[in-house]
Design a protein around this ligand. Structure first.
Ligand code: SAM
Length: 250
């Protein structure tokens, strides 16, 4: 069978496309794209004339069969999204699952991904992190989700729409606290790229004071929860004592 290549495309700066991505996009029989009109421009820029077919949230399951037939006939197919890595807050999951289930090879062609780009320059702990994607759009749902990760020790990463960035940061401030270190990464790789790291209360004030910061695409990173000084040690001791006592019980 043919191979399904999952190809990352730039998140702004077109120079971020890899030489391998360009070669594969040129060589495959078909490119499955989230929005064909959007991707036509990218391909034109690089002089690539491979045919495109739509593969988005609403048709991914039905279209899957069509792409699978092409793969089973021995043709290679590439999957791209509008920006960055497919499947990362973008379509592709159902297709990849279906293709793998059918026994066809699926090969990643890595490249830009907004959350990884933001994390790589944030200066927040990067050894362990969790990606929460987009928070619910409505305030109640968003706060409930934030509450669930309030005591998460790993660095938290969120995607957010620009028109909700301020209310989102305000909710983070009320759930995570004024002092929790955070960073707003906006318009990465583009002309107005901005990375601003501040405690949440100050970050809210900074964004509120400048409407330019409420435009464009953004990633929000928040430092993980840290146990107040001493608390962890006390708990560990308490647990050891408890273990000893339990062992003595009849
Ligand atoms: N698949 C993409 C990736 O690999 O990052 C993400 C697609 S998701 C539909 C779009 C969201 O990603 C935006 O709302 C924003 O949160 C984030 N994003 C994408 N490009 C960005 C950029 N250049 N700067 C900051 N955030 C970006």
């Amino acid at each position: 069978p043919g191979t399904l290549y999952v190809v990352a495309t730039p998140i702004g700066n077109l120079d971020d496309i890899s030489a391998r991505a360009l070669r594969i996009l040129r060589e495959v029989a078909l490119i499955a794209a989230e929005d064909t009109r959007h991707s036509v421009r990218l391909l034109q820029h690089f002089g690539i004339e491979t045919p495109l077919a739509a593969c988005h949230e609403h048709n991914e399951r039905e279209q899957g069969g069509r792409f699978l037939a092409r793969l089973q006939a021995g043709e290679d197919v590439a999957l791209i999204s509008d920006a960055g890595t497919p499947l990362i807050s973008d379509p592709g999951y159902h297709l990849v699952r279906q293709v793998r289930a059918a026994g066809c090879p699926v090969v990643p062609v890595p490249g830009a991904c907004a959350l990884i780009a933001a994390l790589s320059a944030a200066g927040l702990p990067s050894d362990r992190f969790i990606f929460e994607g987009f928070l619910p759009a409505k305030a109640a749902g968003r706060r409930a989700r934030l509450e669930q990760v309030r005591e998460e020790p790993r660095t938290l990463i969120f995607y957010e729409a620009p028109h909700r960035i301020l209310e989102c940061l305000e909710d983070m401030r009320s759930v995570f606290g004024e002092e929790r270190p955070a960073l707003l990464a906006r318009e990465l790789t583009k002309t107005f790229e901005t990375l601003k790291g501040l405690p949440l209360a100050e970050l809210c004030a900074w964004v509120a004071a400048d409407s330019n910061q409420q435009r464009g695409e953004c990633v929000v990173l928040v430092a993980g929860w840290q146990a107040p000084e001493g608390e962890e040690a006390v708990n560990a001791d308490a647990l050891r004592v408890l273990d000893l006592l339990l062992a003595e019980m009849p």
